[in-house]
Design a protein around this ligand. Sequence first.
Ligand code: NAP
Ligand code: MG
Length: 487
Amino acid sequence: MNNDITMPRSLNYIDGQWCHGGDREIPVYNPADGSQIGSIPCSDAATVDKAVKAARAGFENPEWRNLAPMAREALLHRLANLIEENAEQLAKIESLDNGKPIAFSSTLDVPLCTSWFRYFAGWCSKLSGKSLNPALQAAGSHHVYTRREPIGVVGAIVPWNFPLVLAVWKLAPALAAGCTVVIKPAELTPYSVLKLAELVDQAGFPKGVFNVVLGDGSTGQAIVDHPGVNKISFTGSTAVGKSILRSVSHDLKRVTLELGGKSPTIIMPDADMSLAIPGATQAAFVNSGQICFAGTRLFAPRKHFEQILDGVADAASSFKIGPGLDPTSMLGPVISQKQMDGIFTRIDSSVQQGASLHSGGKRIGDAGYFIEPTILVTDDNQNPAFREEFFGPVLTATPYDDLDELVALANDSSYGLAAHVYTSQLNAAHQLAAKLEAGTVWVNTQLSPDPNIPFGGFKQSGWGRENGEDVFEHYLETKSVIMSLGN
Ligand code: NAP
Ligand code: MG
């Protein structure tokens, strides 16, 4: 272990205390070399129950419930300050645990978390109901208003690809809304959220407002099944998202789902290739392709197809691949042996079913889970490379001839998370943006998400939106109060 990293405790954080839970331990590995970096408790249903009860008591506690909005705002800013003060440690923990290059975790992941808490801090004092006039009653006969009340205890369940960022996308609005939270990080990447728990503790949030329960899918399931949880905010795979919906059908807990994707990158014939080629490369390969909105299906005009593919392959081969903690690395390993094996299985079955391998496709070294940036070519919309989310550094390229067929090709997916369009024509850009079935459309850019811009999926990429004002719809309930004025 690198001795300049101080790892947080490998314990649950419940009601302001660090505690064990369950009889089983889960080992945690460094994906850059496969060595074990620690182990965490696999918390059982009794531990989840303890955390949910603490979150309920935290929610009812007047120290939190009746806190002035600007005092809540001050707490969130204090937490943002502490993240800034601990930025280097947080970035190193994230790179060790997840494998992502420190060049990204230190300039992207951790600073994004600070921005998210600061942005949502500003909302605390701006969340309020409305005064309304009833449509069917005499004017002046009733006093009617809505209240927007925090939904209660939020169960947040997050994946391993952006362990801290995706946790903060849930925590910042939930806390701004006045909710309390039980969060379960992915078993593969628990440490940055545990470090965050230390900082929440230091910031002075009342006990029980923020709780971390460590464990695997069974721990997540116990959160989903707990009757004391009012809402599940989930980011992860479409398969688990669907199973969560089945689980909540008996009590109709509120649910938001941020799920998978197979997002298109469309290069139009008139695109500025000096923008489109590096853009398409980044969209597919940054974070080793482990981004839910990665542009993993590339549509390029047939007459420029080879030139574009060679350009993307060249740009990808210029990324230095290495361990996350090496400051010169631009691409890290994928998260686990299991994930790596799954990616190679999908590449093989795509090739067996007729896709051709343009470049990459091999493991690098034999320690750690490094995969070459890989480009597959297919025009078969039934090929796995066209349909399935690989969640690794694999781009599927498809040539097109006819502009009229493009939208149908791009929309030919059960997912609808994002799309990237490269064109120099203003009207083509807006026409495509209107027709693409995607929650976010980037034009001539591959933008980092923004706290003020809603993010979420069409179709099987999810339910609901995170970020921006829209997210509060999912953390607040609206109550109408109707009072007769007696005249
Ligand atoms: P996953 O298997 O669905 O896991 C996500 C989280 O759910 C983990 O904490 C996991 O625990 C937990 N979990 C597993 N089974 C559960 C159950 N039955 N009930 C409750 N929780 C359960 O997803 P993943 O493989 O870790 O992550 C990759 C997927 O996430 C990809 O499909 C990707 O596209 C998607 N993703 C989407 C977004 C977005 O914003 N749309 C962002 C990032 C990733 P353990 O892992 O500890 O077992
Ligand atoms: Mg998993």
